[in-house]
Design a protein around this ligand. Structure first.
Ligand SMILES: NC(=O)c1ccc[n+]([C@@H]2O[C@H](COP(=O)([O-])OP(=O)(O)OC[C@H]3O[C@@H](n4cnc5c(N)ncnc54)[C@H](OP(=O)(O)O)[C@@H]3O)[C@@H](O)[C@H]2O)c1
Length: 388
């Protein structure tokens, strides 16, 4: 197979939208792409895991990714497990026949950190929403031979756990830079968000911290408690959605917000025996940022790679300086961190339990999108099958 050969595959395709924007949809059709070059692999995606960027792409929010990439149509999907069908002669990361996680880096900086994501904003890349897909050799990591975990679990792991690994590693080093020698068993970690925050909560627990995660369904709360993580039910403070404009202009909103914030602070202090939070994992953003800073301990770290619900944030620099708060921002991971994460997961059982979760079929892709967006799914890891 050479780059001149054309490959045709059954795929879900996202077309570029009109200049004025608007929500798009995926279209099932035959997608044609050129054969692999020396540095690429031809893959057969087995499972994918739905995640926020896939929904953002369809909604064309914040950007129309096909337009941004200068392409008429694209195949998205940056989390999953693929089998290697062919490899170019300079690929050293895998062998034909290997089953690999997608390591969704499209373009890296000169130190190997990702700038653009495969199957999302990196031009010319293909994701897993296709029965066949080609990827750079550095975008796959083989699953350990005789792994104890299923392909579905590795598909869940591929994006969210790898992001969590890199983000937690940076956050923990930052915390230790000021608190070295402090015993984690006397300290508290709080996580807001979904699958990435959950994976970090598990790492924090393994490190010896006392961990609480905020969630809003009975099933999630039960699952967290089964993992030894304390759950905070955010339905009890559902008005905790900070909106700076309403806060200034609407006294009713302000009163409701402040009551919810007060309750949240009380609940956190109850959990932390009147201490504050040493490391706060926040993938939500604006609605919870103000309350998060309120419960962050001196020398505390607030850490993120996501902005689920608002990314323009304000803080009082003097207060942040005096409190010696460290703000950590990361984006996915370097290849070496992906390898570390896979190795740690296999050895330490750092893997989600998906035994009770539905696996969607390839025909049901738009259903996964809808169920994910409307919050109908209890799992943090909505899995879909691409090939049997
Ligand atoms: N930069 C990167 O490398 C990277 C990698 C992965 C993800 N991300 C981004 O990180 C964010 C989180 O992704 P994820 O996959 O971990 O989570 P997710 O599956 O998108 O789920 C987010 C969860 O956050 C909670 N939530 C949503 N709105 C909330 C609010 N206003 N207040 C409190 N909680 C709220 C909800 O859980 P409950 O209802 O149970 O509370 C929701 O299920 C997304 O924006 C994603 O695009 C970035």
């Amino acid at each position: 197979m050479t780059a001149e050969n054309k490959i045709k595959s059954d795929a879900w395709v996202l077309y570029q939208g009109p200049e004025e924007g608007g929500v798009g949809s995926l279209v099932r059709e035959e997608f044609e792409f050129s054969g692999i070059s020396d540095g690429e692999v031809l893959t057969e995606p087995l499972y994918g895991c739905w995640e926020g960027n896939m929904s953002h792409s369809i909604e064309r929010k914040p950007i129309d990714i096909a337009r941004h990439r200068g392409e008429e149509k694209v195949v998205i999907g940056n989390a999953g497990v693929v089998r290697i069908l062919e490899k170019g002669k300079s690929v050293t990361t895998c062998e034909v026949g290997d089953v690999c996680i997608v390591f969704c880096v499209g373009k890296v900086d000169r130190r190997g950190y990702p700038e653009k994501i495969l199957g999302y904003d990196a031009p010319g890349t293909m994701g897993v929403l296709s029965k066949k897909s080609k990827m750079p050799g550095h975008s796959v990591i083989p699953i350990p031979a005789n792994s104890k975990y299923s392909y579905e679990q590795w598909a869940a792991f591929s994006l969210r756990y790898v992001t969590a690994w890199s983000n937690w590693k940076a956050a923990l080093s930052c915390w230790k830079s000021q608190m070295d020698g402090v015993d984690p068993s006397q300290e508290y970690v709080l996580a807001w968000g979904g699958g990435v925050s959950y994976a970090e909560a598990l790492l924090a627990k393994n490190e010896g911290f006392n961990v609480v995660m905020v969630a809003s369904s009975d099933a999630r709360i039960a699952a967290l408690e089964a993992d030894g993580i304390t759950a905070l039910d955010r339905r009890e403070f559902s008005d905790l959605k900070f909106d700076p404009v309403a806060y200034r202009k609407d006294p009713d909103y302000k009163a409701r917000y402040l009551a919810a914030e007060k309750l949240f602070v009380e609940k956190v202090r109850e959990f932390s025996r009147e201490n504050n939070i040493a490391i706060l994992v926040d993938f939500v953003g604006l609605p919870v940022y103000r309350a998060s800073l309120k419960v962050l301990a001196r020398q505390g770290v607030i850490t993120t790679a996501g902005w689920k619900d608002g990314m323009v944030l304000t803080n009082f620099r003097a207060i942040e300086c005096i409190s010696r708060h460290i703000h950590v921002h990361t984006h996915y991971a370097r290849y070496s961190e992906g390898l570390e994460a896979v190795d740690y997961a296999e050895k330490n059982g750092w893997m989600p339990d998906l035994s009770r979760d539905k696996v969607y079929g390839f025909d049901e892709i738009m259903q996964v999108h809808e169920d994910f967006n409307t919050g109908k799914i209890d799992t943090y890891f909505p899995i879909f099958r691409v090939n049997d």
